[in-house]
Design a protein around this ligand. Structure first.
Ligand SMILES: *[C@@H]1O[C@H](CO)[C@@H](O)[C@H](O)[C@H]1NC(C)=O
Ligand SMILES: *[C@@H]1O[C@H](CO)[C@@H](O)[C@H](O)[C@H]1NC(C)=O
Ligand SMILES: *[C@@H]1O[C@H](CO)[C@@H](O)[C@H](O)[C@H]1NC(C)=O
Ligand SMILES: *[C@@H]1O[C@H](CO)[C@@H](O)[C@H](O)[C@H]1NC(C)=O
Ligand SMILES: *[C@@H]1O[C@H](CO)[C@@H](O)[C@H](O)[C@H]1NC(C)=O
Ligand SMILES: *[C@@H]1O[C@H](CO)[C@@H](O)[C@H](O)[C@H]1NC(C)=O
Length: 373
């Protein structure tokens, strides 16, 4: 019994000593009845030539490492990239940065990573080498020029949604407007027509104040400036909506048109402040465009304004009476050959009052006296 045990122990020692692998890159492991199994060393993968004729333990790809195998026939995928932010490429030939990272993996174990995480809210495919491969999770956003964070693309506004697959946080600018990349508010969307502006509800563009028409979305403006000296509110579409700044004036039909005082006013329209158009004296009327008080006509066609302050209607020269405000004239014409001054109320008509008629009158008076005598 004792001798048999001793032989077995001796045998074991001899076998152990001779437990070497033919494959230089394998190490003997478990003992089975046919002998020791040779496992590929750390840093190698495959099947040793000891296990399979023609097999070999191959070196892991550059930048990767494997632990000493515990099974035969390990795959290349047992070789793990030294840079934790990288993984083997599809061909298992080299390490590349993992998805959502970019750069060049550090091949040295224990060193700093060569793969940088993409900025927040962005994603990249495995193997990306530059930050420009990190694309924003919000499809209507793009990395800002400094590549630090995502901003809404040109012609959008808002705050990008960082979560992939979520609703976009970037809203398209209203039709006919454009914005630069990075715009956050709809007010950054400016009308393509430079003479138009966004409506208060931001729904569309309309012509700016002092313009009229329909804005265009490209090319020449569809908004025409109001005629010189006239103004309009935002959103006017027709030239007639361009008005004179003087509330008592309107555009005339001249070419180019200009502002003139309305009918029954006279004066020179102002461009700001108080009206320059003064109401005609009570009971008188004027045509549009009248500039002086005396353009204000009396309703009695045979009367005119006098120069009193305030002026009043009086019968024209060679008429007498009280002017009427309607109907037939209250001014009666002097008999033929007789005259009366303007403003005559009673019949003061007489022969023209010249020095020659004066002398003639005296002469005829004297003649009459002589005749009577
Ligand atoms: C073992 O690996 C080295 C490289 O590390 C290689 O040159 C050699 O050929 C390998 N040996 C065998 C037997 O495959
Ligand atoms: C962006 O999308 C990527 C890929 O889907 C995802 O891994 C990442 O977490 C997303 N970013 C955020 C902030 O949700
Ligand atoms: C407005 O202008 C922007 C920038 O030029 C352009 O991208 C957009 O297509 C224009 N909008 C329309 C409706 O033409
Ligand atoms: C806007 O109006 C001004 C003044 O009428 C004009 O000079 C300019 O050309 C207009 N803008 C465009 C884009 O047509
Ligand atoms: C202009 O007209 C308005 C109403 O027509 C009137 O209230 C205002 O006093 C006028 N201005 C002048 C200076 O006459
Ligand atoms: C004004 O006088 C003329 C000439 O006497 C007369 O023909 C005319 O009818 C008068 N006008 C009115 C409105 O009565």
């Amino acid at each position: 019994m004792k001798a048999t045990s001793l032989i077995l122990i001796l045998l074991a020692v001899i076998v152990k000593v001779s437990a070497t692998c033919t494959d230089a890159n394998a190490t003997a492991g478990a003992f089975i009845d046919t002998g020791f199994i040779c496992y590929c060393n750390a840093g190698y993968y495959g099947t040793s030539t000891d296990s399979v004729s023609g097999g070999s333990c191959q070196k892991c790809p550059t930048g990767t490492n494997s632990v000493l195998a515990t099974t035969t026939g390990t795959l290349v995928t047992s070789c793990i990239c030294n840079d934790a932010n990288s993984a083997l490429n599809n061909g298992n030939t080299a390490c590349q940065c993992k998805a959502n990272f970019f750069g060049t993996p550090n091949p040295t174990a224990g060193g700093a990573t060569g793969c940088t995480a993409c900025p927040t809210g962005t994603a990249s495919t495995a193997g990306s080498t530059a930050i420009t491969s990190c694309s924003c999770n919000d499809t209507n956003a793009a990395l800002k020029a400094d590549n630090i964070y995502c901003v809404c693309k040109a012609n959008f506004y808002g705050t990008p949604n960082p979560t992939a697959g979520g609703a976009t946080g970037c809203t398209a600018c209203p039709t006919g407007t454009a914005s630069t990349a990075g715009s956050t508010a709809v007010t950054s969307c400016s009308c393509n027509d430079t003479n138009a502006t966004l409506k208060a509800d931001n729904s569309a563009c309309f012509c700016k104040a002092n313009f009229y028409g329909t804005p265009t979305t490209f090319g020449a403006s569809g908004c025409t400036a109001c005629p010189a000296g006239t103004i309009s509110a935002d959103g006017q579409t027709d030239k007639s909506q361009c008005t004179c700044p003087d509330v008592n004036a309107s555009l005339n039909s001249a070419t180019p048109p200009s502002c003139q005082c309305n009918a029954n006013f006279y004066g020179t329209p102002t461009t700001s402040g108080a009206s320059g158009c003064i109401t005609c004296p009570t009971g008188t009327t004027s045509a549009a465009g009248s500039t002086t008080k005396y353009s204000c006509a009396c309703p009695d066609t045979n009367a005119s304004l006098n120069f009193d302050i305030p002026p009043v209607c009086q019968c024209n020269p060679n008429f007498y009476g009280i002017p009427t405000t309607s109907g037939a004239s209250g001014c009666t014409i002097c008999p033929l050959g007789q005259t009366a001054p303007a403003g005559s109320v009673t019949n003061v008509c007489g022969a023209a009052f010249t020095s020659s008629t004066y002398i003639l009158s005296i002469v005829s008076l004297l003649f009459s006296i002589v005749m009577l005598i």
